[in-house]
Design a protein around this ligand. Sequence first.
Ligand code: GLY
Ligand code: MN
Ligand code: MN
Length: 467
Amino acid sequence: MNTAANHSAAIYAARRAKLAAQLGAGGIAIIPTAPEQQRNRDSDFLFRHDSYFYYLTGFSEPNAWLVLTSEGEATLFCAPKDLEREIWDGYRLGPDAAPAALAVQAAHSVADLDTQLPRMLENRNTVWTPFATHKGLEARIDNWLSRVRARVRYGALCPETQRDLCGVLDEMRLIKDAHEQDIMRRASQISAAAHVRAMQLSARMLRAGEDVREYHLDAELLHEFRRHGSQYPAYGSIVAAGANACVLHYRADAAPVCNGELVLIDAGCELDGYASDITRTFPANGKFTGPQRALYDLVLASQDAAVAATRAGARFNDPHDATVKVLAQGMLDVGLLDKNKHGTADDVIASRAYFAYYMHRTGHWLGMDVHDCGSYVEPTEVGKTSERKDPLSGETITNRPSRILHPGMVLTIEPGLYVRPSADAPEQFHNIGIRIEDDAIVTATGCELITRGVPVKADEIEALMRD
Ligand code: GLY
Ligand code: MN
Ligand code: MN
């Protein structure tokens, strides 16, 4: 759970006020936190709050709901104080303390939801909820609305419209304020230090002739995350030795980490509700081979091009297009693609031949969720004529221009190359998988890379692993 030191009630109150102003006269919003999830008999998964709920409350206890009116009245429903339960499960804030602690106007026990909500929905015209995010929410709202309707003959007005809250909140969350950027910078620093630690352990253990496994490196990551106060990894860490790096969603397992192989680590911590997301690829023993270095430098050059294309006013797709341009030329230059068969870099882009070795997007929004919310289409231009190819499906997208970047948006920049053994690929490159991923805050003139606490240049990685 997050510490009180990280909590600033005024920040969340300001976000609620901003949301309330967008609900329209007579609107009311209902936002539950995440449900607790059973892992197996008597054991739950570690609880993780709902990101929308936390964005508006800073409250990370389970079993809680926020109700917000267009007049800006915020009511929290939370677990009631209960000494017996608190002895087993830990401290609860409780409804009495909630208004002062969270700057909400009222608070009730969550046990009172079914009696309070019909009353609160009465005489409102629009009910806002995050559509399709919480199992059973629609049925619960239906039940409350049916109880309002039963009172219509006594003069009550029943809401007539239900609207999706996700779009409004996604737009708010897409631009990270100073408070959020500060947490994300700190999360990134912790994650960068964790990568450094894993790299150094790998080289040190191999030099000592020890049996290194992927889980040894995973343990270093976790140790560094936790010792700096991160609550948990932001997603399942990928620690992939050798050929495993060509499995995009590989998870840290028990494979040996061998001399002469590369290791790909894609791991980031979550700190106070915000994710970081870093990938580094490094030689297990600290020294790149020739073919590894050739492909590594190519991926890094493609990342440099993507970074240069990331700035306010550019489009979300621009870094991807810049990456593909460099990779396409590089694939021809190093012989991954045969010039006689595939022609020029432009031909490689048009035919999507590069897709054999680079099959994912160059980035995604980053924030409370590692693949954060926010439309990738420019909302001010929907319907305007434009044409672009979706990088994954190859589908031609018209009338939905790529999102224009603004200061405060945060995205990852993560090109890669993955060479599975095949007759088409030169043998020296077989089983090499490389990804380099950094997190960028868009600024007016460019972007701030917040994850460069871990080196990225091949020479710098080698130097770090020597020491
Ligand atoms: N770690 C997930 C991603 O890079 O998108
Ligand atoms: Mn990512
Ligand atoms: Mn990643």
